[in-house]
Ligand binder design. Structure first.
Ligand SMILES: [Zn+2]
Length: 475
């Protein structure tokens, strides 16, 4: 299988690989799309976030059909191997083919979601295809929090049927995804001078992972485990006064490491013994999920400490706060229905900030988790701020688009698999804009997204394009 640039979806994939298009660097590719629309005489709109919408009239005979929206994101994740020289803001990707797979030398390929962009361009310029009125939405900044899609308005949705071209592996379609919100808990703190001995307590060795896909796996959260060990010291009557508490890197990743510095007048040997006891207990709980868990306890320097009342209020809040897996779906096997992730804790000058990512397909579950945080916050003198709330995409049994896709695949000997995601997808955003939007997701086989090993199955790239065109012809 070669990468045949005479095929227009391959041609466009090759073209966009020449244009650097990492997240937050989408202007060039966005302008390329605008030029494409002008060259092809198609109506377009480009917004200030570099989203582009290009419309194409129905082919003859399809004028009375309901429009279909196609959608893909134009940004890619920029990852490279350590030994590779590559400037993602300037350099084109170095494409090559190996065993039927398209790859980029030493870097991510941007198949996620370059194949979707290429499909739309190939369809938009083709005068022979049969299809209803089409609206192609090219979104920016998907990989960094669905920021482009979040900028779209209801009037940008030129239809009530949408095919998202970001995933699918030729045989799968997504039927539901989580909505969510960011919860910021502000725990006020004041400092005072301290002459008590200081200690560092560090949680290490946890696996971490994506807070949507892996939250049901009972993986340890370094922030909540660190709070628990400190609380267990207090529960044994040992003096604990925090100087700082920091952990985690991203709100959407289960945190792997956390560090606290505290001062204490307690006997160091008693502290040490109590910590080792907590560590052993937790290690047993995590034996199968996080065997690498460990705790480091060592002397530290701290000339000031958080006043006892504030330190206690934070620790109580952190310890009692709901975290992790909350509910599972009874309709869809293995699907997490609601969760939150205390991803990042940061000690600042006048507050400790806890960043939670709250996820659920159901609005009421999200509301309930927010209420839990707020009620507890009220008891602990903490304030909770909710940001970036986005709707969920709940499962609907009836989907005409899904039926059409199933039928087209069946004729090719493929049984359509349905899957639900506890991650956040752009589809959720579109569902939020048009409540009765019928949505499917589809795409070719690709592997290793977001890593330098990313690759696209070229035979599948052709086949999935053919399936997509056939679905449109039956719409
Ligand atoms: Zn993607």
């Amino acid at each position: 299988m070669e990468f045949d640039l005479n095929k227009r979806h391959c041609y466009y994939f090759n073209e966009i690989a020449k244009i650097p298009h990492g997240s937050f660097n989408e202007q060039a590719i966005s302008d390329y799309l605008v030029t494409f629309a002008k060259d092809n005489g198609l109506a377009y709109k480009q917004d200030d976030k570099f989203n582009v919408i290009i419309d194409k009239p129905a082919s003859p005979g399809y004028e009375d059909s309901e429009p279909v929206i196609l959608q893909a994101h134009i940004d890619m994740v920029c990852e490279k191997n350590k030994d590779v020289e590559h400037d993602f803001t300037k350099d084109p990707l170095d494409l090559y083919v190996e065993d039927g797979w398209l790859k980029a030398r030493g870097t991510t390929l941007g198949a996620d979601d370059g194949y979707g962009v290429s499909y739309m361009l190939a369809i938009l310029e083709n005068k022979d295809l049969k299809h209803p009125p089409l609206s192609c939405i090219f979104t920016s900044m998907e990989e960094v929090g669905l920021l482009g899609a979040a900028n779209l308005q209801a009037e940008d949705m030129h239809g009530r049927r949408l095919i998202n071209l970001d995933g699918g592996g030729e045989v799968r379609t997504t039927v539901s995804s989580a909505g969510g919100a960011t919860g910021l808990s502000h725990c006020p703190i004041r400092f005072e001078a301290s002459t008590k001995p200081a200690y560092a307590l560090r949680v290490r060795g946890l696996k971490g992972g994506h807070s949507g896909a892996l939250i049901h796996m009972e993986l340890g959260n370094s922030n909540t485990l660190l709070a628990r060990i400190l609380k267990e010291l207090q529960l044994q009557g040992l003096d604990v006064q925090l100087s700082s508490f920091n952990g985690g890197l991203k709100f959407n990743a289960i945190p792997r490491e956390a560090d606290a510095v505290f001062v204490s007048a307690a006997d160091p040997e008693k502290l040490q013994a109590a910590i080792r006891c907590s560590e052993a207990n937790i290690r047993e709980e995590l034996e199968f999920s996080d065997p690498g868990f460990s705790v480091i306890f060592e002397p530290a320097d701290a000339e000031k400490a958080i006043v006892q009342k504030d330190s206690d209020a934070f620790l109580n809040y952190m310890y009692l706060m709901i975290n992790g897996f909350q509910h599972r779906s009874v309709a869809i096997e293995g699907l997490t229905a609601a969760s939150l992730n205390a991803g990042v804790v940061t000690t600042k000058e006048d507050e400790i900030l806890i960043e939670d990512l709250i996820r659920s397909a159901l609005k009421t579950h999200t509301d309930d988790m927010i209420s839990h945080l707020k009620v507890l916050a009220g008891l602990c003198g903490v304030t909770v701020e909710i940001r970036d709330r986005f709707p969920g995409w709940g499962f609907k049994a009836d989907s005409p688009l899904r039926n059409t896709l199933r039928e087209v695949l069946k004729e090719r000997g493929i049984e359509l698999k349905e899957e639900a995601s506890h991650g956040g997808l752009e589809c959720s955003m579109f569902k939020g804009l048009v409540e009765d939007m019928d949505i499917i997701t589809y795409g070719p086989v690709s592997q290793g997204a977001h890593t330098p090993g990313e690759k696209l199955d070229l035979a599948s790239f052709d086949r999935a394009f053919d399936v997509l065109c056939e679905v449109l012809a039956r719409c």
